[in-house]
Design a protein. Structure first.
Ligand SMILES: C[S@@+](CC[C@H](N)C(=O)[O-])C[C@H]1O[C@@H](n2cnc3c(N)ncnc32)[C@H](O)[C@@H]1O
Ligand code: SF4
Length: 388
């Protein structure tokens, strides 16, 4: 095999009898000789902790994949915090694919309600019917956790939010119910009252950055007056609050990120999730020729979170990310989300509802996925078995 590092050509031979990992290791060693290394070495894949958990000899695992001390310690620390004090059975996920404007970095499947009207009543009716249909196939009435995610679930009207939550509250028993509000500009006291009344235990209010200029740049029109106001209001209820940040957003520099982290720590949400920007082809940014800055602040940011009492409890990786780094959720003691621990480790099946939702059927080591139609009309037709 021929390849070059910084213009210097290399030739490696004898690959025929080698496994993929052995080939990667041979090539990686050539990079090490040039003083070039990666935080995760040659370890790829979305869920590094699943491999870590399976490895009998953790040190050998570290060496086999050339994982840096820093990332290995992060894995050890995260793994330790993934306790559930019960035997999980299954969980439910409900997808609400609507947003008030599309953020420039986003590649999630969602629909822009500022551009087109959608019939939320029909959508929520269908989601409820889909759940009822599933209930006839299996008992899903006592899930460990339920996650209502998006998109921006709080972007739909209050009457339909209330209808969905009332149905869930009256028909399901659960330990945790998350409502991923996301953007502060879709939240108000009426919404919080509804969430509280129907048993929501966890909400997300995601700033992504604490720099208002950046928010405008990434077309996320959720200002800080709203953020602080909504956060204060939400603190008046019993919710655990998660807040997301992204490292690598267009135009941000080291001080912006550190400032964002400091401000979030000062607010003391129960959890803070640090994402590194992933540049995905569907995102407006990627279509605008944006290049990743490749800024690596994880050591400094995580140290600040540790010092403030936050511990990592789940992590995942994506392709094409800022500095090839990971996404990590940190929480205060005993505030890890049940749903996230279960879903990130594929501990149990997750039955998912709504357009674009993906169900996971897990039986011991076997995992199968079922994908719902993303298009709203196709999704609705399919639930009612109409010709597509
Ligand atoms: C399901 S998403 C969106 C939740 C909600 N709609 C919002 O924007 O607040 C969950 C999180 O993924 C992160 N995220 C979204 N796009 C990303 C990207 N391109 N790279 C890295 N993280 C991203 C954001 O922090 C976001 O809050
Ligand atoms: S980042 Fe969140 S709010 Fe922004 S478009 Fe994506 S799903 Fe919607």
């Amino acid at each position: 095999m021929k390849f070059s590092i910084d213009g210097k050509e290399r030739t490696l031979t004898g690959f025929d009898a080698l496994s993929n990992n052995e080939m990667k290791a041979l090539i990686y060693k050539e990079f090490l000789k040039e003083g070039l290394s990666l935080p995760w070495g040659i370890l790829t894949g979305i869920k590094p902790l699943k491999l870590y958990a399976k490895a009998d000899d953790k040190e050998a695992f570290k060496e086999k994949f050339f994982i840096s001390d820093e990332k290995f310690e992060l894995m050890e620390r995260t793994f330790k915090n993934q306790h559930l004090n019960f035997e999980p059975k299954y969980s439910l996920y409900i997808h609400i694919p609507f947003c008030k404007g599309i953020c420039s970095y986003c590649s999630f499947y969602t629909n822009d309600i500022s551009k087109k009207d959608f019939d939320f009543t029909k959508y929520i009716d269908t989601v409820i019917d889909e759940m009822k249909i599933e209930s006839k196939i299996r008992d899903i009435s006592e899930p460990d956790s339920i996650y209502i995610g998006g998109g921006t679930p709080s972007a739909i009207d209050r009457a339909n939010t209330q209808r969905l939550l009332k149905y869930i509250n009256e028909n399901y028993k659960f330990k945790e119910l998350t409502f991923e509000c996301g953007r502060a500009d879709t939240m108000d006291k009426d919404l919080l009252d509804i969430l509280d009344k129907y048993g929501v235990s966890r909400i997300c209010i995601n700033p992504q950055t604490m720099n208002e200029e950046t928010l405008k740049r990434v077309h996320r029109n959720a200002g800080f007056d709203e953020l602080y106001k909504v956060y204060e209001l939400a603190r008046g209820y019993d919710f655990d609050i998660n807040m997301d940040l992204i490292i690598g957003l267009e135009g941000e520099k080291r001080d912006d990120y550190i400032n964002s982290v400091k401000k979030l720590i000062a607010m003391r949400p129960e959890s803070i999730t640090i994402h590194n920007l992933a540049l995905k082809i569907r995102a407006v940014l990627a279509q605008n020729d944006f290049k990743l800055e490749n800024i690596n602040l994880s050591k400094e940011i995580y140290a600040r979170l540790y010092e403030a009492g936050y511990e990592p409890y789940y992590m995942y990786r994506q392709k094409m990310t800022n500095s090839n780094l990971e996404n990590v959720a940190f929480s205060l003691r005993s505030k890890a989300s049940i749903y996230n621990v279960i879903s990130m480790n594929d501990l149990t099946s997750i039955y998912a509802f709504g357009a674009g939702a993906v169900s996971k059927y897990i039986d011991k080591d076997n995992l199968e996925r079922k994908f719902n139609y993303k298009d709203i009309d196709l999704y609705i037709k399919n639930v009612y078995n109409k010709d597509i």
